[in-house]
Design a protein around this ligand. Structure first.
Ligand code: PMP
Length: 281
């Protein structure tokens, strides 16, 4: 298959699979999700993504009607059906199907839907990107990987209309994360990134980057930093599952970073090696 859609066991081309109007994901965005990539038809970092999905579910009291092992088996099976070796796999669980009401029956069973498409972006991470900053108007649930992404969508669209790759959120002076990625600065050999609390998503790529730093004896500070710190940093960097690790060249039209390219290259190289090692045939 060229692409694949899945909804509670129904499988077909994405264009042919419909979601019922009464799925709470449709009218409330009442659901959670993960995205993973495959290389050689092997899923990268699946265990971490599964753990985060079940954590998100627990925080929102969504019932995932499968064990972790069952869900992994469904995913392993589906990625085999899609022709492309490198794929983008979104898996989402909504709270379930019910007449529209804010309140929900706490025993309602979640709906699973999955999309798989070819992934053509491996390698794009080597290009430096332009960014903008936007006030972080999101609520205090940024640690939950919810389908409710409207402020992220608005920020991302604004970045795109400014000819930029990403929008960096800030609360007051403090940089939190970006619309679909975590944000880092490197200053005097120290990598700084916002601590994982309810203001940011605990990125799986972030976790991998911190592990790589540790094994290379790089200093890490999980500490809030300001917009000024960022503008004056040696490097500004983003990370996410789908864009990997990218460095910035400009924020709000002002040149940034570019003073520690060897550190960026090392992190990108080690991260790509990790992906390749884990997905080798
Ligand atoms: N923050 C936000 C808001 C995101 O949407 C994402 C992408 N899922 C990330 C950070 C990066 O997380 P990960 O490395 O797990 O993709």
């Amino acid at each position: 298959m060229e692409n694949l859609g899945y909804y509670n066991g129904n499988i077909g081309a994405i264009e042919d699979i419909n979601i019922p109007m009464l799925d709470r994901g449709v009218y409330f965005g009442d659901g959670i999700y993960e995205v993973v990539i495959t290389v050689n038809h092997k899923i990268f970092a699946l265990n971490d993504h599964i753990e985060r999905l079940y954590k998100s579910a627990e925080m929102l009291k969504i019932i995932i009607p499968y064990t972790k092992e069952e869900l992994k088996d469904i995913l392993y099976d589906l990625v085999k059906k899609v022709d492309a070796d490198e794929q983008l796999v979104y898996f989402q669980v909504t709270r379930g199907t019910a007449q529209r009401s804010h309140k929900y029956n706490k025993d309602i069973k979640g709906n699973l839907y999955i999309t798989i498409t070819p992934f053509n972006d491996i390698g794009n991470y080597k290009k430096r990107v332009k960014l903008i900053t936007v006030p972080d108007t999101r609520a205090f649930h940024c640690n939950i990987k919810t389908l409710n992404l409207l402020p992220n969508v608005m920020a991302s669209q604004k970045a795109s209309e400014c000819g930029c790759e990403e929008a960096i959120f800030h609360r007051g002076n403090i940089v939190t994360e970006a619309s679909y990625s975590n944000v880092y600065i490197i200053k005097n050999g120290v990598l700084k990134t916002h601590p994982t609390n309810r203001l940011i998503l605990a990125g799986i790529t972030r976790k991998n980057i911190l592990n790589i730093c540790n094994s290379n004896n790089m200093n890490i500070e999980e500490i809030p930093f300001t917009i000024k710190d960022m503008m004056e940093a040696d490097e500004v960097m983003l990370s996410s599952t789908t864009k990997f690790i990218v460095a910035a060249k400009e924020i709000n039209g002002v040149p940034v970073g570019g003073r520690a390219p060897a550190v960026i290259k090392l992190l990108q190289y080690e991260y790509m090696n990790k992906i390749l090692n884990e997905t080798m045939d």
